[in-house]
Ligand binder design. Structure first.
Ligand SMILES: [Fe+2]
Length: 135
C-alpha cells in the first residue's frame, strides 16, 4: 500500500467531512417555514454523523502516521431548501467517490479496507436518500 497516497486521500475526505458538518449545521440553523419541521432534524442528524466520520478518518490518518488536515471548503449559504438538498447530494456523491477511491488503494490493510467499505455504504445510503427526497 502506498501510505503517502492513502493519507493524502484520507485528508481530502477529512476536509469534505468537516465541510459536511459545517454545511449541515448551517442548513439546520437557516431552514425556515414548513420545511423547518421536515428538514431540521435531518440536517442536525447529518451534521452529527459527519462529525463522527471526520473523527474516524482523522484518527485513521494519525494511526497511519499522517498529519490530519484542518482545511474546510467554502459552503453555499443558500436559504432555499431545494438548493440545500442539491448541494448536499453533490457533497455526499463526492464523499462516496473519495471513499471508494481510497478503498481501491488500501490493498493489504484489512482494517482500513473494512472501515472504508463501511463508509462507502454509509455515504451511498445518504446519496440514495437525498436522490429520493429530490425526486
Ligand atoms: Fe460522511
Amino acid at each position: 500500500m502506498n501510505k503517502e497516497q492513502v493519507i493524502a486521500e484520507l485528508n481530502a475526505i477529512l476536509s469534505l467531512e468537516y465541510t459536511a458538518v459545517l454545511q449541515y449545521t448551517y442548513q439546520s440553523i437557516v431552514v425556515r417555514g414548513l420545511d423547518m419541521s421536515r428538514f431540521l432534524p435531518m440536517f442536525q442528524a447529518e451534521a452529527a454523523e459527519s462529525l463522527t466520520h471526520a473523527r474516524l478518518v482523522g484518527e485513521k490518518i494519525v494511526a497511519l502516521g499522517g498529519i490530519p488536515t484542518a482545511e474546510v471548503h467554502p459552503i453555499d449559504t443558500t436559504t432555499d431548501t431545494r438548493r440545500m438538498l442539491e448541494n448536499d447530494l453533490r457533497m455526499e456523491t463526492e464523499a462516496a467517490k473519495l471513499y471508494a477511491q481510497a478503498l481501491s488503494h488500501a490493498e493489504d490493510d484489512v482494517a482500513l479496507r473494512v472501515m472504508l467499505e463501511n463508509q462507502v455504504e454509509a455515504e451511498t445510503a445518504s446519496v440514495e436518500a437525498l436522490k429520493r427526497l429530490l425526486a
